[in-house]
Ligand binder design. Structure first.
Ligand SMILES: Cc1cc2nc3c(=O)[nH]c(=O)nc-3n(C[C@H](O)[C@H](O)[C@H](O)COP(=O)(O)OP(=O)(O)OC[C@H]3O[C@@H](n4cnc5c(N)ncnc54)[C@H](O)[C@@H]3O)c2cc1C
Length: 416
């Protein structure tokens, strides 16, 4: 059903009883053209763009839990395109452009809010690095500007400007960065895909990938076998486990990342603020809660929960740069499993098995990539060739020495 002002008015008059389920609950068919493993943001976006942009509608999204139960419903909702490297920047800028039109495109309110993102600067070398990044952003059409401490003080009077270890000397700002309501993104893409004929199969775990003579034939699931000519892995934190079903080992480690929400406060934060030096970032939700996080937990795990040392570390970071956060009560916290790649950048690629594709390695930055990831993965699945902005996200880049290491950390997944 369409959403418009008349519907809201009419449903309001008739007790809101006429709203229909947003997607169907179909039984699995015996065969599809494309099976997407994982009903997270990327899997649903891929199905949506496959159907809408490439006319491929005989598609199933196979999800072991429910739509939104993975990282798409667990992230801190930040979108931005403030990347440095040519392998990354145009891709994330494409994503930001898709976010800007998304709500009109799928006729769903995802609360896209371009309230800006500030990356704090504490030293001259850091300013140089951010100036370089700001220029790289502009070269690919993104917006960026550098602020001095007085300009930031006007926007954020509550920060500790004279912090003994990390005095605030400036910030890189991207005004078009901001936040998006994460689960509405999953629902919007699910609705858009379903209405074009895609089957979304919830509570359906893929337990095997059928390969014969180097060619994929389909999958085994908890609801029976399903045949397909193309199988697209899109399981984020579980990417390694799913790829292992086809005998593959990905250059990925899984780590947990935690998020925190405070009680609701009056509007205080102008946008997203990141304090990279102290491993802390924060934004304010439309309900008023401060949404914040920091570093990953640092050990390998598939558990969707973290541990207390990181809670302490994140809260210390918050107190250091924004002491007033100590007055707010913490309401909720949770964790999600990150697919941390060896250079901190993702993969959208075919595999050595004919018909089997991989989308993974999003680390803790895959939410902002959701539209472009879905679009580029759909392009690869439908056309057989990578979309231009995703052409560097290849599985063999380590063998070729063509890493996309934004932070320059080397093969240290826990540090990216
Ligand atoms: C706390 C936290 C904060 C974050 N903050 C940000 C942020 O502010 N900005 C940003 O850009 N990114 C952020 N991220 C990262 C971002 O959420 C992820 O990179 C992105 O959501 C991953 O893609 P996805 O949405 O497809 O993943 P998911 O939603 O995890 O989708 C993968 C799906 O695959 C399913 N699956 C797994 N195995 C199987 C199987 N065998 N069979 C069937 N289904 C299977 C899972 O159940 C899951 O639903 C954050 C992540 C976390 C946890």
């Amino acid at each position: 059903m369409g959403y418009n002002a008349f519907q809201i008015f009419w449903q309001g008059l008739t007790g809101n009883k006429g709203w229909k389920p947003v997607w169907r609950e179909p039984e699995p068919k015996s065969e599809y053209d494309v099976i997407i493993i994982g009903g997270g943001g990327h899997g649903l976006a891929t199905a949506y763009y496959l159907a809408k942009e490439f006319g491929v509608t005989n598609v199933a999204v196979v999800e072991k839990g429910w739509i939104g139960s993975g990282n798409i419903g667990r992230n801190t909702t930040i979108i931005r395109s403030n990347y440095l490297l040519p392998g990354n920047q145009p891709f994330y800028e494409l994503s930001l452009k898709l976010w800007e039109d998304l709500e009109q495109d799928f006729n769903y309110n995802a609360m896209v809010s371009q309230r800006s993102i500030l990356n704090l600067i504490h030293s001259d070398p850091q300013r140089d690095a951010f100036a370089r990044r700001a220029n790289a952003m502009r070269l690919s059409g993104a917006d960026s500007d550098l602020l001095g401490p007085e300009e930031i003080r006007e926007l954020c009077p509550f920060l500790d400007y004279d912090n003994a270890r990390f005095p605030i000397r400036g910030a890189l700002r991207q005004k078009r960065g901001g936040t998006v309501r994460h689960d509405a993104v999953a629902w919007g893409y699910a609705r858009g895909a379903d209405s074009r004929g895609v089957d979304i199969l919830q509570n359906c775990e893929v337990t095997g990938i059928d390969v014969e003579d180097g060619v994929v034939r389909g999958v085994q699931t908890s609801r029976g076998p399903i045949r397909a000519t193309k199988v697209a892995m899109c399981a984020a934190g579980n990417a390694g486990r799913v790829a292992a079903l086809a005998g593959m080992r990905l250059p990925i480690e899984s780590h947990v990342l935690q998020a925190f929400v405070s009680e609701g406060l009056k509007p205080t934060l102008p946008g997203v603020i990141t304090f990279g030096a102290g491993h802390f970032y924060v934004s304010q939700s439309d309900k008023g809660g401060l949404v914040f996080g920091g570093d990953i937990d640092g050990y390998n795990t598939y558990a969707q929960r973290g541990n207390l040392p990181v809670v302490e570390d994140v809260c210390e970071g918050g107190m250091a740069i924004m002491p007033m956060i100590g007055r707010a009560r913490l309401l909720r916290m949770w964790g999600g499993v990150m697919d941390m790649s060896m250079d901190g950048s993702p993969f959208i690629d075919r595999t050595h098995i004919d018909g089997l594709f991989v989308n993974a390695g999003w680390c803790y930055g895959g939410f902002k990539a959701t539209p472009a990831s879905g679009y580029c993965y759909a392009h690869l699945l439908a056309r057989g060739a990578p979309q231009e902005t995703a052409q560097y996200f290849r599985l063999d880049r380590f063998r070729r020495g063509a890493m996309i290491d934004e932070k320059g950390q080397g093969a240290q997944p826990n540090l990216h």
